[in-house]
Design a protein around this ligand. Sequence first.
Ligand code: TXA
Ligand code: MG
Length: 349
Amino acid sequence: MTTMFWKLPHQVDIKHPDIVEIAKRLRQGEIIAFPTETVYGLGANALDAKAVAKIFVAKGRPSDNPLIVHIATMEQLALLVEEIDENSRKLIEHFWPGPLTIIFKKKEMVSELVTAGLNTVAVRMPNHPIALTIIEAANLPIAAPSANRSGKPSPTTAEHVFNDLNGKIDGIVDGGPTGVGVESTVIDLTGDVPMVLRPGGVTIEELQEVLGEVKLDPAIVGQKEQPRSPGMKYRHYAPTGEMWIVKGDDREIIKKINSLIKEKSLIGKKVGILTTNDHRESFQEADLILAYGTKDNLYPLAEHLYEALRIFDLNGIDYILAEAVEEKGIGLAIMNRLKKAAGEKFIQI
Ligand code: TXA
Ligand code: MG
């Protein structure tokens, strides 16, 4: 199939001819990728099972992994969910539009395909003018997973989407790089205590400030096999090169990484390092060093994390060493994605 391509300014009018065209195509059942503040999403009419089915095919996504429904107005939320309880209201007030996905009891009309047969539906209002304008113009709730081939790092630019899905989807809207870089936080309020099923753009600390007690799904910290969010059980975000996370005392880490670089180079491997700017100058002999943010400000690392994994692949890096970060604030989401990319492989010093 031919994939259409549109380039739009960050702030775009709902009457812009491209928006009108994109909205029309979504209403006709096409699947179109567009930017959100976290990562690019691959959107389809959430009320059209045939359109939603195309998403699973294009991504190569297992059908037991439910999709997030994206909305632009509270009227659209009322279409999808049975009730909006007190805690949900508080979260919506504080964090929408933004990188927070809330699990609700679903209404009948939400397709089983969207929710993978669950009786709940995941909803979020993205904080990106292009995404909001498209959803508003289409006047539909839009089901949208990240716009990557299943198993690949999520896309943070339109080029990433193009590389994964050109010829497999109806269109790509280029709105420039996304900002947050990791996906939304997924929270489930249907149990006794609010539970984070996937750490993401909104931190646990921020959620605790609003809700009081918030738990993390034990599967995320490795204490339980089966995560409650179906998507969390797959090995995601994987680069082609072999990847390890290096954890431990700061000075020892630099020594250890440098000795590993030597060892791997000797047997002809291309070595890549992922770190923060605190250590940018410390690994002179690596083939490629990618450094973002600092230990005190990890947001730039989150922003560029998936891009970095793709850059390692593009440069034919065989062996990737990623420095661990502290698992608090946005660092929790970063470590969660690094662990998946590395297949949970750690070098502990
Ligand atoms: O930031 C984001 O959330 C991006 C952008 C495009 O909005 N979307 C995204 O979608 O990351 P996806 O499909 O890649 O991840 C959705 C996650 C999966 O882990 C899925 O299992 C979980 O949300 N999920 C969806 N519906 C659920 C439900 N009813 N109960 C539990 N988990 C659910
Ligand atoms: Mg995804």
